[in-house]
Write a protein that binds this ligand. Structure first.
Ligand SMILES: Cc1ncc(COP(=O)(O)O)c(C=O)c1O
Length: 426
């Protein structure tokens, strides 16, 4: 009798069994110390809180250098940096811009807000970044630019993308929102294309609450971005000398002060993430039905804004991803499904409800996103991708072991997981 009673009826936490983590917490984000506090006080007491202060100047210099570029212009966020980088290239109304669909909304909506037309090209199943093999087929006489996203921090296939872009005279705007400090064959992202766009929104690996920046080695693009972000002014011009259409997209000195301190700590944190991700790559790959996205040879430094592994429900007794993730959460592991809706599938995209941004009508009156199909991205978004955030990757080795043990536990007890899933489906 006693042996029967002591045998737990359920192994999985989601079914009432014991958890792997037992309430232990992963690190929290954002992280700061006395350095940020002192920097904020310094700005407060300086009385110079806004335009053209020492903090933005210092950060722009340091961040340009860090990303292997000559110029950096900080802005209010990483959505407007994309739009303004596009505008700085002065594309004709309606011009087509190639984007991946598996990314944050802004990669494509920035194109619409520049009065251009986003054209979606599928992703590579091994990187989830824009697939260069599919680029040529999407290029038309109206194509003017490509926006590759360095998804999760792994640089896109920039050699192939740049070769094709140069052949067709297209500008390349790198969306580096996930990839601060990432390197492709030893070169930092943002310096590989014509211009790079970064976000410093609060979840990002380099953050100040809200913020963004463009970096470039192109003097002319840098000047145009500077003018657009500063009400159309020109450097060395008078305060009310507005020579271009621009607006106020400037970062405050408080934000830049935080960035100056956070930038000093970025490399050390990137190293921790690289180490933990390498460990997860090795261990998770040994579990049937789990395939981490491989780290490419060209990725000499991964940005690891998040860690992606692919989940195969067939190997897990046909348990859908959402129930797998729910069970993982019950074990204490905060994984997510990431982007579950591709950009072209949002109802406002399918109905083309784009406010006054109707430039697409001139170039593509036939535009119909309901006919767009990117099967690799659809699989990633709808059934396969699982993400661990950069914060989780800052944990200790034992935290990584807990992740591996939790996934292995779900595999071992996949039939119990299947029972839970059936019950959850009602
Ligand atoms: C790939 C990508 N591009 C652009 C952005 C936009 O940045 P922001 O939130 O600073 O506007 C984000 C932010 O989440 C992003 O993940």
């Amino acid at each position: 009798m006693s042996s029967k009673l002591s045998e737990p009826s359920h192994h999985l936490a989601v079914s009432g069994g014991p958890t792997i983590r037992n309430g232990k917490r992963f690190p929290s984000w954002p992280q700061y110390d006395e350095a940020e506090r002192t920097a904020l006080s310094r700005v407060l007491e300086s009385g110079k809180w806004g335009v053209a202060g020492a903090e933005t100047e210092a950060f722009e210099k340091a961040f340009a250098l860090y990303q292997h570029c000559r110029h950096c212009v900080t802005m209010v966020n990483g959505s407007l940096t994309l739009r303004n980088a596009l505008l700085a290239g002065n594309p004709e109304t309606g011009s087509e811009v190639i984007v991946p669909p598996y990314t944050f909304l802004a990669t494509a909506t920035s194109v619409l807000e520049a009065n251009c037309t986003p054209v979606f090209v599928d992703i590579d199943p091994d990187t989830y970044c824009l697939d260069p093999r599919q680029l040529e087929a999407a290029i038309t006489p109206r194509t003017r630019a490509i926006i590759p996203v360095h998804l999760g921090g792994q640089p896109a296939a920039m050699d192939d993308i740049m070769r094709i872009a140069r052949q067709h005279h297209l500008r390349v705007i790198e969306d580096c929102a996930h990839a601060h400090g990432a390197e492709y064959n030893g070169r930092r992202v943002g310096s590989l294309g014509d211009i790079g766009s970064f976000s410093f929104q609060s979840s990002k690996n380099l953050c100040c609450g809200e913020g963004g920046a463009v970096v470039t080695n192109d003097d002319e693009l840098a000047e145009k971005c500077w003018s657009i972000h500063n009400c159309g002014r020109v450097r060395d011009g008078a305060w009310y000398q507005h020579e271009n259409l621009g607006s106020n997209y400037r970062l405050s000195q408080f934000q830049a002060a935080i960035l100056n301190e956070q930038l000093k700590k970025l490399d050390a944190k990137l190293e921790i993430r690289q180490r933990n991700a390498a460990y997860l790559n090795e261990k998770l790959a040994q579990i049937p039905g789990i395939r981490p996205l491989p780290r490419k040879r060209e990725t000499t430094r991964h940005g690891y804004h998040f860690y992606v592994f692919r989940y195969d429900a067939k190997v897990f007794a046909d348990v859908p991803r959402n129930h797998f993730l729910q069970a993982l959460a019950a074990e204490g592991i905060p994984a997510s499904a990431g982007y579950t809706t591709l950009i072209y599938k949002y109802p406002f995209m399918q109905k083309k409800q784009f406010w006054t941004f109707t430039g697409w009508r001139q170039a593509r009156p036939d535009l119909d996103y309901a006919r767009t199909a990117c099967p690799v991205a659809e699989t990633a978004a709808e059934v396969e991708a699982c993400w661990l955030s950069q914060v989780v990757l800052l944990g200790a080795r034992e935290d990584m072991d807990d992740i591996v043990n939790a996934v292995a536990k779900l595999y071992e007890h996949r039939h119990e997981l299947h029972e839970f899933s059936l019950g959850a489906q009602g």
